[in-house]
Design a binder for this molecule. Structure first.
Ligand SMILES: *[C@@H]1O[C@H](CO)[C@@H](O)[C@H](O)[C@H]1NC(C)=O
Ligand SMILES: *[C@@H]1O[C@H](CO)[C@@H](O)[C@H](O)[C@H]1NC(C)=O
Ligand SMILES: *[C@@H]1O[C@H](CO)[C@@H](O)[C@H](O)[C@H]1NC(C)=O
Ligand SMILES: *[C@@H]1O[C@H](CO)[C@@H](O)[C@H](O)[C@H]1NC(C)=O
Ligand SMILES: *[C@@H]1O[C@H](CO)[C@@H](O)[C@H](O)[C@H]1NC(C)=O
Length: 404
């Protein structure tokens, strides 16, 4: 018995040694931006130093690289980090990256942009400070066609097998993190913050993406915490806190030609606190695309003082006049939705609003244990409104059940 235990110990120790040894042999080469001339004085533009280091790291053939941003405030104009790279790259940010406060000093649509990269890993205790305050009053595009173009904080396009962890994004000018055509990407431990009244400061926005996982993430902004757009599939969201903000929003969809289906979304164990919306799907009433939104599961969701906890709006039209009289109802088909164990408080008496398209009614909507209470100014129990919905309910329901 003793000799077996001894042999086992020896085996474990040698295995440990092998693991440690092989780890150290694949240790990435570190490029410290400070050691390579970047100045943490909060005013010298370090864009050239950062992009030069990226190019060297990306071109390295003999192993993985790590770009390191130490503590300190590094001012950065617009930067683009473009692949493909020869090997995996880590970007560790422990300092603050500071954006220009004048929006015209970023001459691209995303302040920090990653494109055509596989195996990218961004992490660290650092902050991306978008300095949006000066830009927010300029955000009036719905009424001013000559409005200035404001940059998003960080963008990923054509990026696969990658991840972002622990970083904080603060006060973006437009959206914080933007994903386009990104596949297999993990977002975890991230904090996203902007004031509740800052316009268009979406937290995480994605289109044409698949297999994105968002977990343990805290988002408070002036727009959608998470916005899910055309062509996004296999999205998994868990343990997210959202508020202030406009909730987790699918859409808006249907407005433009060539849009793609949105399929297979799971949202679990999430809290909406003080948001305008919680669970939200919005499609334009006069739509140019005929697409399908399907296979969504929302489970274990807490609402705290949410204005519209569950809101499917197929007559989305934020800026009247609206054109549904001429163009007809939304052509977006919503089907196979399951909402289970949604609980907490609603600021509107109508806690469940399912306003589906007359031409393409919602199909197979399952409501299970919807335990929402009205704590708004209007008296009476929380209620539900349904238009053009086919589905079922079970378990607890808000009073005035409109699905059967
Ligand atoms: C990325 O990782 C995958 C799987 O580990 C590997 O097959 C691929 O060669 C890597 N690509 C790059 C550019 O590092
Ligand atoms: C990224 O993944 C998508 C979907 O899996 C694939 O079509 C595309 O070719 C991949 N891109 C790269 C650069 O590997
Ligand atoms: C994302 O996380 C999951 C679960 O932890 C893991 O299996 C997967 O490999 C991760 N993917 C990437 C691209 O980091
Ligand atoms: C749904 O998406 C998850 C990832 O979020 C994936 O693991 C699963 O296979 C997908 N299911 C279907 C039916 O495509
Ligand atoms: C909800 O937000 C309020 C106001 O910011 C805060 O005081 C409260 O602690 C939050 N509740 C939870 C459960 O996070």
């Amino acid at each position: 018995m003793a000799s077996i235990a001894y042999a086992f110990k020896v085996l474990c120790l040698s295995l440990l040694f092998i693991v440690v040894a092989s780890r150290s042999s694949v240790k990435p080469k570190v490029f410290n931006v400070y050691r390579h001339g970047a100045k943490p004085d909060g005013k010298t533009d370090n864009a050239n130093e950062f992009t030069d280091l990226w190019k060297r790291a990306c071109a390295r053939k003999s192993g993985s690289s790590k770009i390191y941003v130490p503590k300190g405030t590094f001012y950065l104009g617009g930067v683009e980090f473009v692949g493909p790279c020869q090997n995996p790259i880590e970007f560790v940010i422990d300092g603050t990256l500071l954006a220009p406060s004048n929006p015209n000093d970023i001459k691209q649509d995303t302040w920090i942009n990653f494109r055509y990269i596989n195996n990218l890993s961004i992490s660290g205790s650092g902050t991306l400070d978008g300095q949006g305050k000066q830009s927010w009053p300029l955000n009036d595009c719905h009424k001013n066609p000559n409005c200035p173009k404001l940059a998003m904080t960080m963008g990923f396009a054509f990026v696969n097998n990658s991840r972002i962890k622990d970083i904080t994004s603060l006060n973006s000018k437009m959206g914080h993190l933007n994903f386009y055509s990104v596949h297999h990407f993990n977002i975890t431990g991230v904090t996203i913050t902007a004031p509740g009244d800052s316009p268009n400061t979406d937290g995480i926005k994605m289109g044409s993406c698949s297999n994105i996982h968002i977990s343990n993430t805290n988002i408070g902004t002036g727009d959608d915490c998470i916005a899910i757009l055309s062509g996004t599939t296999d999205l998994d969201i868990s343990n997210v806190k959202c508020g202030p903000g406009h909730g987790i929003s699918v859409g808006s969809l249907g407005k433009n030609k060539g849009e793609k289906d949105v399929k297979n979304l799971t949202i679990r164990d999430t809290v909406f606190n003080g948001t305008s919306d919680g669970i939200r799907i919005k499609t334009w009433e006069s739509s140019a695309s005929k697409i399908v939104v399907s296979n969504f599961v929302y489970e274990n969701i807490q609402m705290i003082d949410v204005e519209r906890p569950i809101n499917i709006d197929q007559k989305y039209c934020p800026y009247p006049p609206c054109q549904h009289e001429q163009k007809g109802e939304s052509h977006v088909q919503i089907q196979d939705l399951k909402l289970k164990n949604i609980y907490g408080t609603s600021k509107n008496k109508v806690a469940v609003n399912l306003q589906c398209s007359k031409s393409f009614p919602c199909k197979n909507v399952e409501l299970i244990d919807i335990k929402l209470k009205n704590n708004g100014v209007e008296n009476g129990p929380a209620s539900a409104v349904c238009e053009n919905v086919d589905g079922s309910t079970s378990g607890k329901m808000v009073s005035h059940n409109c699905l059967n």
